[in-house]
Design a protein around this ligand. Structure first.
Ligand SMILES: *[C@@H]1O[C@H](CO)[C@@H](O)[C@H](O)[C@H]1NC(C)=O
Ligand SMILES: *[C@@H]1O[C@H](CO)[C@@H](O)[C@H](O)[C@H]1NC(C)=O
Length: 153
């Protein structure tokens, strides 16, 4: 408990300036009073103050993990590789990459080869890019987690 709270306070210090947007539709009830917890979007985490749920987002290239040993934002290199795109590179737009969108190191974006060169596009709200098992495109985080076998960090 003590250790978690310290991590919690440390994180608040680091992340407070980030996108603190108040109560969210995704997580309506306080899961914990004095611990942070994750949601479907692997970049986000939640915490409670006076019975209200707040949402925050890890820094770019950091992802939220909560398991027996860790609770907080971890850099992608320390994540379960199934949960991050460690080897994504800008496509050369030859062969298959000329026709199909490709993953970027940001999970909610993808590369698209166009006549004007490679574009990096966003999936939009609450979705992540996947190219696996016949799924190609932007899918809700829940589905992404199932397909990637990434239930937690
Ligand atoms: C917790 O998650 C981190 C990051 O994925 C991993 O390195 C660590 O081994 C995990 N701990 C447990 C007990 O699963
Ligand atoms: C998904 O993860 C579980 C637990 O780590 C593992 O037992 C299983 O083989 C994995 N499945 C796939 C398709 O990677």
């Amino acid at each position: 408990m003590q250790k978690t709270l310290l991590i919690f306070l440390g994180l608040l210090g680091v992340c407070w300036s980030a996108s603190l947007v108040g109560t969210t539709g995704d997580q309506e009830a306080c899961l914990y009073e004095d611990e942070i917890w994750g949601g479907e979007d692997i970049r986000k985490f939640y915490f409670c103050i006076n019975g209200e749920v707040y949402e925050d987002t890890c820094d770019t290239d950091y992802y939220f993990v909560r398991n027996a040993t860790y609770s907080g934002c971890l850099p992608s290199a320390l994540m379960n590789p199934q949960c991050v795109n460690l080897d994504a590179v800008e496509p050369d737009c030859e062969g298959l990459s000329a026709e199909q969108p490709q993953p970027t190191d940001l999970l909610n974006q993808y590369y698209l080869c166009t006549d004007d060169g490679v574009k990096q596009l966003s999936c939009g709200e609450d979705k992540a890019f996947i190219n696996q098992d016949g799924y190609l495109g932007c899918f809700p985080w829940t589905q992404w987690r199932t397909l990637r076998n990434c239930s937690e960090g």
